[in-house]
Design a protein around this ligand. Structure first.
Ligand code: ASP
Length: 460
């Protein structure tokens, strides 16, 4: 059994929906399909979810008549899709459902915005089910609340409740035909619609895959593979055929945004492989994300080479705070007090490489606005009495990722010599304790050159 998820750009219009239905029907194991709301296309510059949020905001701030003007556009979009799919009566159902959301009573509910957001996925699933049925196949729309997708009552930011898993398993097992399950939402124990954070259809797919113990979670996007480096920086980069969960986490941390990484926790915990595939090239096997690569331990030795490196990633927008104090290593509680100052500002830290008498804390620039950095510096100076404190802003992190790194020798040497040949100055090096990645902080202006140099050194 496969759980298959399609993102909004694959559902943006009738033609695209027909294409994904062909993919579904091409494999009898594709029994549970998770759909997002229609996304952007050449003809439609807006995602339906964004339009629904606009309409909800208008209802709350500018009145129902205003909200209806936005809703007219959303309804027109769904009706058009239904027409393209040859299921106009299903389009009429969507129309009734959407306008029913804009009543005084609905707007007064605390989960009004969640109900509006959920309507994108919900109605899209209804149209997909109607279309597959019209082709003569058995397909059913699954209402997430009725199927047991129980969520916390943190509206807009809900998480799944443990008791959902057995319920979903039981209800899905009882189904006959292809199940079309809308992503992004469920219901609270009190029966109110609640949504996951944005991009939450990936979460729905992962929960269903874990619930039914699927053989694989197929996540369809518009790329053939995840590549070993950003294709915008290197021409014809090496496709990644197989990557471990931990490698994928490191790659996504530093810029590889193929799917919502938090979303995949349920499949990771259940050890279910994820297959990232393309709707435009459905015969391409895509990238498989697995718990463990077969025969990996001990399969490499000594020399560096692409076998042990999965990919090179990079992310911008970091600040480092370097603090040095003579005999820091003997001062009990120094690290704790330093991190407490950062915590008191509500900022999470990314890395803390240390020396004997110094420590660097790397933070994301985006978390340091509104005087937070200045307050952190003042408090470090006043409370920790360092000999010196230096701040470097606008750093990029280059990340070399590969589980096999721990068995190899010379990875750091290969990386640093590549960076030095490219004239890239390294401000900080950190090898995570797990030895899945090695991180180099460099000035942002040198990041792209650094990524190319690292890719060349390990892959070409
Ligand atoms: N439609 C929702 C969003 O745009 C959820 C998703 O597409 O995964 O965030």
């Amino acid at each position: 059994m496969k759980i298959v998820k399609f993102g909004g750009s694959s559902l943006a219009d009738g033609e695209r929906i027909k294409k994904i239905c062909d993919i579904v029907l091409a494999d009898p194991d594709r029994g549970i399909i998770v759909v997002s709301a229609p996304g952007k296309s050449e003809n439609d510059p807006c995602k339906v979810t964004d339009m629904l949020i606009e309409s909800a905001t208008a209802a709350l701030t500018a009145g129902l008549d205003n909200a209806r003007r936005y809703m007219d556009q959303i309804v027109a979009r769904f009706v058009c899709i239904a027409g393209e799919l040859g299921v106009p009566e299903a389009g009429e159902g969507v129309k009734t459902d959407l306008y029913a959301l804009l009543s005084r009573e609905m707007v007064s509910r605390k989960n009004f915005v969640d109900m509006m957001k959920a309507a994108g996925e919900d109605n899209c699933a209804k149209l997909v089910a109607a279309y597959i049925t019209s082709l003569g196949h058995k397909a059913v729309y699954a209402n997430p609340g009725e199927f047991g997708m129980l969520l916390s009552d943190e509206f807009g930011n809900a998480t799944v409740l443990e008791k959902s898993f057995p319920l979903l398993r039981e209800n899905l097992a009882a189904m006959d035909g292809i199940v079309i399950f809308p992503g992004f939402f469920g219901r609270t124990e009190a029966g109110e619609v609640a949504t996951f954070p944005r991009g939450g259809s990936d979460t729905t797919g992962a929960i269903l895959a874990a619930a039914v113990k699927a053989d694989v979670y197929e996540n369809f996007t518009d790329v053939d593979y995840v590549y070993a480096v950003n294709p915008k920086l290197v021409r014809n980069p090496k496709p990644i055929e197989i990557v471990t969960y931990r490698e994928m986490r490191e790659l996504s941390y530093a810029g590889f945004q193929v799917y919502q990484e938090e979303a995949l926790l349920p499949v990771y915990q259940a050890g279910i492989p994820v297959n990232i595939r393309s709707v435009n090239n459905p015969t391409c096997p895509g990238t498989r994300v697995v718990a463990r690569r077969e025969g990996e331990a001990g399969s490499v030795s000594g020399v560096s080479g692409s076998a042990r490196i999965a990919g090179i990633a990079a992310d911008n927008g970091f600040t480092s705070i370097y603090v040095t104090k003579y005999l820091m290593n003997r001062e009990i509680g120094f690290g704790r007090r330093l991190l407490t100052i950062i915590e008191d500002e509500g900022v999470s830290y990314e890395h803390t490489p240390t020396g004997i008498d110094d420590v660097t804390v790397i933070l994301r620039d985006s978390l340091l606005a509104n005087g937070k950095l200045e307050r952190i510096i003042e408090r470090i100076k006043a409370e920790l009495l360092p000999d010196d404190i230096r701040i470097v802003r606008d750093l990029s992190l280059l990340v070399v990722v590969g589980e096999g790194m721990k068995h190899g020798i010379g990875i750091a040497a290969t990386a640093t010599s590549a960076l030095s040949k490219a004239g890239v100055n390294i401000s900080m090096i950190s090898q995570g304790s797990s030895e899945v990645s090695m991180i180099f902080a460099v000035e942002s202006g040198h990041a792209d050159d650094g990524v190319r140099a690292l890719y060349e050194a390990f892959f070409e």
